[in-house]
Ligand binder design. Structure first.
Ligand code: FES
Length: 182
């Protein structure tokens, strides 16, 4: 897997809130390592570890066209505030020949917001596209430089070898500007 630290990118000025997300996600990873220890406690993760099973993100500072990466259970999650053009382009391709057919509506709860796990479904690299001016591929979504897979603005794979669309994590909108992942 690509070096996570090079790919945790915010497309807006990092805030203390961003730091909290990253720290929380890292701690979740630590919890995974601890669970390998042959001690009874490994079956009783601390309250802190359980707490990162879900995270809440304030979407207010993310403008249309901006993308944010947060860590959830040790995985990067891409949050994309899509522009009307990006939404139109995703929906226009609903009937295109897709490697894993899914409509855009099946992948989003609110068309303005695409939320996907930022791990390429081929061999687990973290695709480019979160950083401003990074490669987004022909369809304007994400480009995986490991072996060239490309994803569209719905996170659907359009060129392999990746066999599947970027996964959608469980999430729900608590309000228009607050989303809970996990
Ligand atoms: S890991 Fe992304 S294309 Fe191979």
């Amino acid at each position: 897997m690509a070096d996570l630290s090079n790919n945790l990118v915010q497309s807006h000025t990092p805030t203390r809130r961003d730091f909290i997300f990253i720290a929380a996600g890292s701690f979740a990873g630590l919890g995974g390592a601890i669970s390998l220890w042959p001690i009874l406690d490994s079956f009783n993760p601390s309250a802190d570890v359980r707490a990162v099973a879900s995270i809440e993100i304030n979407l207010e500072p993310i403008s249309p066209g901006q993308r944010l990466t947060v860590l959830w259970r040790g995985k990067p999650v891409f949050i994309d505030h899509r522009t009307p053009q990006q939404i139109r382009s995703a929906r226009a391709d609903d009937k295109a020949e897709l490697i894993e057919p899914e409509t855009d509506a099946e992948r989003v709860q609110n068309p303005d917001w695409l939320i996907v796990i930022g791990i390429c479904t081929h061999l687990g690299c973290i695709p480019q596209g979160q950083r401003p001016n990074s490669r987004t591929g022909k369809w304007g979504g994400w480009f995986c430089s490991c072996h060239g897979s490309q994803y569209d603005t719905s996170g659907r794979v359009r060129v392999g070898p990746a066999p599947r669309n970027l996964a959608v994590p469980p999430y729900k909108f608590i309000s228009e500007t607050l989303v809970k992942i996990g």
